[in-house]
Design a protein around this ligand. Structure first.
Ligand code: AMP
Length: 213
């Protein structure tokens, strides 16, 4: 089963993608996480990606597609995967479709987690992330047991550069210009399903489970 998560940055698609991955026993693949891991490890790829990420811009398609196509070739992807943050442009979606078609495969579901822009800005400025293990928290909705400390690995929690309000506004603009057209793209392929992302995350997940049945 191959699932794509769509939605604005901060809509909660990552949280839902992790839950889907757990329930269906398939890997959760986040291009954002792959880039952040590379930044942390100081790789050339990380250095290149950081230039764009810190400005709220998309990493160029060529680089992103290469990374993603490499990842989905891994053995753990043989039963499918849930993609979180990819594709983000029409050309990325087209490359994915054409690569899958060569293998006689296709994307099965595109799930759009729908949240209005005004909710997004509020959510993201309260988000705190662990740069060591990638876990995310929220000052209001998902507090760590101890303020400023990751429950999972004990590292310090920070406001990611790309979650700062000025960057969030830029990311929303980029989302509307470059990523939102994918809603139409997958709607035409008749695999698009929208869920209300403003409700409690458990409710969002129930709605997604009903779609994936
Ligand atoms: P995310 O964690 O998915 O919100 O991604 C964080 C940042 O990584 C984005 O703002 C982009 O700069 C970059 N990024 C992640 N996925 C992609 C993608 N599919 N295409 C281009 N840039 C991406």
């Amino acid at each position: 089963m191959k699932i794509i998560m769509l939605g604005a940055p901060g809509a909660g698609k990552g949280t839902q993608a992790k839950r889907i991955a757990e329930k269906f026993g398939i890997p959760h693949i986040s291009t954002g996480d792959i880039f952040r891991a590379n930044i942390k490890n100081g790789t050339e790829l990380g250095k290149e990606a950081k230039k764009y990420m810190d400005e709220g811009k998309l990493v160029p398609d060529e680089l992103t597609v290469r990374i993603l196509l490499d990842r989905v070739k891994d053995a753990d992807c043989s039963k499918g995967y849930v993609l979180d943050g990819f594709p983000r442009t029409i050309p990325q979606a087209e490359v994915l479709d054409s690569e899958l078609a060569k293998l006689n495969e296709k994307v099965d579901y595109a799930v759009d987690v729908d949240v209005p822009d005004e909710n997004i800005v509020k959510r993201m400025s309260g988000r705190r992330a662990c740069l060591n293990c990638g876990a995310t928290y929220h000052l209001e909705y998902l507090k760590p047991a101890k303020d400023g400390v990751c429950d999972k690995c004990g590292s310090e929690l920070v406001l990611r550069d790309d979650d700062k309000p000025e960057t969030v506004n830029k990311r929303l603009k980029v989302y509307h210009e470059q990523t939102q057209p994918l809603i139409d793209y997958y709607s035409k392929k008749q695999i698009l399903h929208a869920v209300d992302g403003t409700v409690d995350p458990d409710e969002v997940f129930k709605a997604i489970e009903a779609i994936l049945k």
